[in-house]
Design a protein around this ligand. Structure first.
Ligand code: NDP
Length: 323
């Protein structure tokens, strides 16, 4: 049995791992089989993570975080978690390969998943012109006219990045003003390959084998029009990944894992949560990293309150300080 298992490999998961490993808790970090590294793996320039005045590429930042966690003894497994049992003092985590891991504490840093439009043709044409990741798929749209849906920072970032490839990028937003930060808005407004379509929602995606257009509805007049495009990037936000803990942990009305105050303590003793899975407001790499740190400190404090007989089952009863 282990002292700590961390589920998730974004900034929250790796920061928790760095702190837990430095506290000699020998963490096991489960990094996912396909999405290891979290959302920053799909980003290009990260300009607002302190310590990188010239900016840093998202995947490079995640590689450095992983190296730092491994340097202090974190064990990283590339697999998905199939199920968890969080009741009782010993927590059980079942992996996709059938392995069963047990630990006295678990930190959920499972992040969030791309939100979908919910249109019937969205799934059918996924990978055939419908995408959620400009850095992954942008290259395939060289010289094409495409659309980005959304009005937040993600949509601005995707649209700006896609102008490297596309002949024109239509940003379709359901309101008359953007939610994105000023700097991201200004960058998009200044780019003459980006054209905004305001007060419009996408009600249909057309194409037989590949996307050939969108059907837009004006949210003010209700009028429907067609927009011929060769691809569409959906950038309408994310939903916290909580499917593993439904019925085991309390959730907030926003769908995030509920934690006590500013801590990472969930409704189940010995279970902690950090990063986007508990955060519906800030959702930044740096806030996720900070919350991963808090989760490791909370887990270490919890372990120090457990009976020595239970700790002895981990084969490593000595807990050192975190800092
Ligand atoms: P946001 O929740 O900020 O924005 C989502 C956008 O999509 C909103 O404009 C919203 O419209 C629109 N939207 C939501 N649902 C639908 C729908 N069903 N149909 C049409 N439009 C829809 O998500 P983001 O992913 O943009 O950003 C998340 C967080 O990550 C933010 O905190 C952001 O600052 C951060 N981020 C930071 C970056 C950076 O600093 N480099 C880059 C990317 C993200 P409405 O406005 O009407 O609600």
């Amino acid at each position: 049995m282990r002292q700590i298992i961390i589920i998730g490999s974004g900034p929250a998961g790796y920061t928790a791992a760095i702190y837990a490993a430095r506290a000699n808790l020998k963490p096991l970090l489960i990094a996912s089989s396909v999405e290891a590294g979290g959302e920053l793996m799909n980003t290009t320039d990260v300009e607002n993570f302190p310590g990188f005045p010239e900016g840093v590429q998202g995947p490079d930042l995640m590689t450095k975080m992983q190296e730092q966690a491994e340097r202090f003894g974190t064990e990283v497994v590339y697999d998905d978690v199939e199920s968890v049992d969080l009741s009782g003092p010993v927590k059980t985590v079942v992996l996709g390969n059938g392995d069963v891991e047990q630990a006295l504490t678990v930190i959920f840093a499972t992040g969030s998943a791309y939100r979908k439009l919910g249109l019937s043709d969205e799934e059918r044409l996924s990978g055939r012109g419908v995408s959620w990741c400009a850095t992954c798929d942008g290259f395939f749209f060289k010289g094409k006219e495409i659309a980005v849906i959304g009005g937040g920072d993600s949509a601005m970032e995707e649209a700006t990045f896609l102008t490297r490839f596309a002949s024109k990028v239509h940003v379709i937003h359901r309101k008359g003003e953007l939610r994105a930060s000023k700097i991201m808005q200004e960058r998009a407004f200044a780019n003459d390959k980006i054209e905004f379509i305001w007060n419009s929602e996408v009600v249909g995606i057309s194409g037989i084998d590949a996307v050939d257009g969108l059907i837009l509805r004006d949210t003010v007049s209700g009028t429907e029009t067609g927009l011929p495009v060769g691809g569409v990037f959906v950038a309408i936000g994310n939903d916290p990944r909580t499917h593993l803990v439904h019925k085991q942990l309390d959730l907030t009305p926003e769908g995030t894992i509920a934690v006590a105050g500013r801590s990472s303590l969930t409704s189940q003793a010995g279970v902690f949560a950090a990063g986007d899975v508990i955060d519906s407001s800030y959702r930044q790499a740096i806030t996720a990293a900070g919350s991963g740190c808090a989760a490791a400190l909370d887990a270490e404090h919890y372990l120090s309150t457990l009976p020595p007989a239970l700790l002895a089952q981990t084969g490593d009863p000595e807990l050192t300080t975190v800092n």
